[in-house]
Design a protein around this ligand. Structure first.
Ligand SMILES: [Zn+2]
Length: 253
């Protein structure tokens, strides 16, 4: 089992069950409502099993919780990722690894962020949570500017942000929340250049779980059509034993 450190942030205390129960086949990964998808996954596999709890968690805490779910599902402690060198004369593809425990340590402390603007004014913002993401999504802002305005409108808890400060505030907020706009410096193994690689952690975990769901459906199909078991019966068999059955079916072909 992978133990992740979260600096006292509550990413659920109990066990994370691996993604792969029969009810997980119902989760719709094609939805465009990403905040709702993340909440549903966390509430069905995490602890506590309460959507309201996960809606109220900071965005970075939700990302760490997703990473925990993936770690438990795939028994991994590193994310293995691919990048391409951005030097035009190189373009080498290379692999790099991110330790999940270290990512979990990047959850910022405190619920608020203080930003000092150039004219010595300071503004206090609270960190966005899942509910904020959902509300901003429903607003469907017509431009990036309108999106930032709506975002700051709900996050500023102290001080007043003028229009000119909005961009700087949005940048300060994301700079202090490294998991939300996560980038990692990678040295290209071919040419030695440093590449700043943008990593959408949430997207990576969702993609891996989506693939997992598809693989489960294939397993159910193979075993159900061979032995006549139901979905629930197939998925109640521990994965290592399912693999044995699948190997036996393959060897009979
Ligand atoms: Zn290179």
């Amino acid at each position: 089992m992978v133990i992740l450190h979260t600096h006292g942030h509550d990413t659920g205390s109990g066990e994370w069950r691996p993604f792969g129960c029969v009810e997980d086949l119902d989760i719709d990964f094609t939805t465009k409502d990403r905040p709702a998808l993340v909440t549903m996954l966390l509430a069905s596999c995490g602890s506590p099993r309460e959507p309201e709890f996960w809606w109220s968690q900071a965005v970075a805490v939700r990302i760490v919780a997703l990473l925990r779910l993936l770690a438990s599902t795939e028994s991994i402690d590193h994310l293995r990722l691919l990048a391409r060198c951005r030097q035009p004369e190189c373009m080498e593809r290379f692999e790099f690894e991110l330790p999940i425990a270290a990512l979990s340590d990047s959850v910022p402390q405190g619920d608020t962020v203080q930003v000092r603007l150039k004219d010595e004014l300071s503004i206090v913002l609270r960190r966005p949570n899942g509910r904020d993401l959902s509300e901003w999504r429903n607003l469907r802002p017509p431009s990036r500017r309108a999106a930032i305005e709506a975002m700051l409108g709900s996050l500023v808890v102290e001080g007043h942000a003028s229009h000119e400060d909005e961009l700087a505030l949005a940048e300060a907020l994301s700079a202090q929340d490294p998991l939300v706009a996560f980038t990692v410096s990678c040295i290209c193994p071919a040419c030695g250049a440093t590449n700043e690689v943008r990593v959408d952690l949430e997207d990576i975990v969702l993609d891996k779980l989506r693939r997992k769901q598809r693989a489960l459906v294939r397993e159910v199909h193979r075993l159900a059509s061979h032995y006549g078991w139901t979905e629930a019966e197939v998925l109640a068999i521990p994965p290592h034993r399912r693999t044995h059955y699948l190997t036996m079916i393959e060897s009979e072909r």
